[in-house]
Design a protein around this ligand. Structure first.
Ligand SMILES: *Cc1c(COP(=O)(O)O)cnc(C)c1O
Length: 445
């Protein structure tokens, strides 16, 4: 049973505290009183260090899409490891992954690789600055764009005391590690507010290098940028020359042609990561040749030198190429159908049990929020609408003890090895879990 202070996970967590501050190198995998330690995984199932098996609805925060240790990915990685793992020379597999991305993603004519989504965002921003010879970046309040300084603003800690008027959100620093000087380079825009965003952008057009937006925002309950919003950004970019960047590090997995193919309005540049690496570390920036030329020594507009010891390392290239090759259009359709089934099932459960809650998402990504019936359209909705965290917390415990791993019962991510059987099992367990949580709450009331 979880939690159990005598379990091997609990003991590993206590042991790690001595050598690792907070016991972890990755805050996002923590939940109290201790996270479950993984031993192995296959397809959509994870076995923890105490021998418990669970269906994995986390999939490494969306990075796994073909499935854990998919045979084709394992084969590609093993072959590559046996041949060579990394050297200061380019390899053919880099070109193969680049060509695959250019074939699939309509706005990607060229792409450069790095090692994390954070770096993908970093290099997209740097390319935009090189192209425009300006430094300011406009970003949406509440959106997550990785860990570079100028993107660590106006998120989780942004609250009604600090955030200013809705039509003109303040730029707050995420923590004391972020220098106040980033405020000079960041303009905060209200997600999905067309008129207010347009006004802010037009006011700052002369100083802006880029506006960055995620069409499907993981940190805002998978709120989707409206067509009007994206079209306004596209028109603004066309009128001013400000570079439009999509952060598709997570939202790329929404479909075969990425978030931009799904949204139907193309950016100038896009940052990538997560599934593009097939489970190994990766990042990248891709887009129109005109903008990507800033990386090209021979283009006549070379502005941005780009290097990195592990850029385009053949292990990540091989894993990414193998995983995306598994992900044909049919496999994307398959997980999108399962995603719809999961969302419909969850909504039915909430309605039947009379539990207030909203279920949002697209394709293989789903967000559940307890406490109100939704929708959540932007960051202020996330903060201001009722949020019943206790139900999510209790349900998460229940699910851990009933064969299901999710991101705290809130975020549900699918991989292509799943079938209706796993989806229906999750729906049944959420129904049973909510009943159990509620009868417990009544007993203690
Ligand atoms: C995960 C993520 C990042 C950062 O990617 P890392 O590989 O964790 O550095 C950036 N943007 C979005 C939208 C993400 O989901």
């Amino acid at each position: 049973m979880y939690p159990d202070e005598t379990s091997r996970s609990a003991r590993l967590f206590r042991r790690a505290r001595a050598s690792i501050p907070g016991a972890l190198s990755r805050n996002s995998v923590y939940f109290p009183p201790y996270p479950v330690y993984a031993a192995k995984a296959r397809d959509c199932r994870i076995t923890d260090v105490d021998g418990n098996e669970r269906i994995d609805f986390v999939n490494n925060m969306t990075a796994i899409i073909a499935g854990h240790s998919h045979p084709a990915v394992v084969q590609a990685v093993q072959d590559q490891a046996a041949r060579m793992m990394g050297m200061a020379m380019p390899t053919e597999i880099e070109i193969e992954l680049a060509e695959l991305m250019c074939r699939r993603v309509p706005g990607v004519e060229q792409i450069r690789f790095a090692n994390s989504g954070t770096e993908g965002v970093q290099w997209a921003i740097r390319a935009a600055r090189g192209y425009r010879n300006r430094s300011k970046i406009a970003r949406a309040e509440g959106a997550y764009h990785g860990a570079i300084d100028c993107m660590e603003t106006s998120q989780l800690q942004q609250n009604p005391d600090t955030w200013g008027p809705a039509a003109r959100p303040a730029t707050t620093l995420n923590n004391r590690g972020i220098p106040p000087s980033v405020r000079n380079d960041v303009i905060t825009i209200p997600f999905n507010d067309v008129q207010a965003t347009k006004a802010i952008l037009e006011e700052n057009a002369d100083d802006l290098a880029a506006v960055i937006v995620d069409p499907l925002t993981g940190m805002m309950a998978y709120a989707q940028a409206s067509t009007e919003y994206l079209q306004m950004l596209r028109d603004f970019a066309d009128a001013t020359g400000v570079v439009l960047i999509y952060d598709e590090v997570m939202s790329f997995r929404v479909g075969y042609s990425g978030a931009q193919g799904w949204a139907g309005i193309l950016p100038d540049l896009a940052s990538f990561g997560k599934v593009m690496g097939g489970g190994l570390p990766i990042g990248g920036v891709g887009g129109r040749k005109r903008f990507m030329e800033v990386f090209d020594r021979d283009s006549g507009n070379y502005q941005v030198p780009h290097s990195g010891t592990y850029n385009a390392n053949p292990m990540s290239m091989a894993a990414g190429h193998a995983a995306l090759t598994v992900m044909t259009r049919d496999r994307f359709d398959h997980i999108a159908q399962l995603g719809d089934r999961l969302r419909t099932g969850f909504r039915d459960v909430l309605a039947t049990l009379g539990v207030p809650g909203c279920v949002q998402g697209a394709g293989s990504m789903t967000f559940v929020r307890f406490g109100h019936d939704g929708p959540i359209d932007n960051y202020r909705d996330m903060v201001e609408l009722p949020n019943d965290m206790q139900t999510a917390f209790d349900l998460h415990y229940y699910l851990l003890n009933h064969g299901i791993q999710s991101v705290e019962a809130i975020v549900w991510i699918l991989n292509q090895t799943m079938t209706e059987k796993e989806i229906d099992f999750a729906i049944e367990q959420v129904a049973a879990g909510l009943k159990s949580v509620r009868s417990k709450a009544r007993a203690t009331a």
